[in-house]
Write a protein that binds this ligand. Structure first.
Ligand code: SF4
Ligand code: SF4
Length: 131
């Protein structure tokens, strides 16, 4: 798969770019409605994709050779679906042919999150949300 084909698999949902909390006892991961500081809360796009690892060291870069992080990706993530041999959902841009069909169909975090700079760390548990 070429790198552009690989990138096109991403549905742009933004779910992987929300902050997550981990229960240190159970190692369970909880998603929140708090977006990474580089995530545009409306378009769900990274504001500095080229330098994301430099600016957000925790940012996980998925590659075809490095799918270790897949286990904590959302169930709807196209990379996870493909890895599990499942079909892409009918709202995926590669299926609809519409670039922002993930947002239009309500399957992204668009408009439903706040940015991390607006939330105190102590308040993070109040932001746990299932996507
Ligand atoms: S969860 Fe998967 S499909 Fe959605 S934005 Fe992240 S990498 Fe792309
Ligand atoms: S740096 Fe960009 S790609 Fe990485 S988590 Fe933040 S918004 Fe997402």
């Amino acid at each position: 798969m070429s790198s552009s084909e690989w990138e096109s698999l991403c549905d742009g949902c933004g779910k992987c770019c929300v902050l997550k909390l981990e229960d240190i006892d159970t190692e369970e991961i909880y998603y929140t409605d708090v977006g990474c500081k580089l995530l545009d809360c409306e378009t769900c796009r990274c504001l500095n994709y080229a330098d994301r690892k430099k600016l957000v060291p925790d940012c996980v870069v998925l590659t075809a050779d490095g799918l270790d992080a897949l286990h904590w990706m959302p169930k709807s993530c196209a990379y996870r679906l493909v890895n599990e041999g499942l079909d892409l959902p009918d709202w995926h841009p590669l299926v609809t042919g519409i670039a922002n069909s993930t947002q239009l169909s309500g399957n992204s975090v668009s408009g439903q999150i706040v940015t991390e700079t607006s939330v105190a760390e102590a308040d993070m548990p109040d932001h746990i949300r299932e996507w």
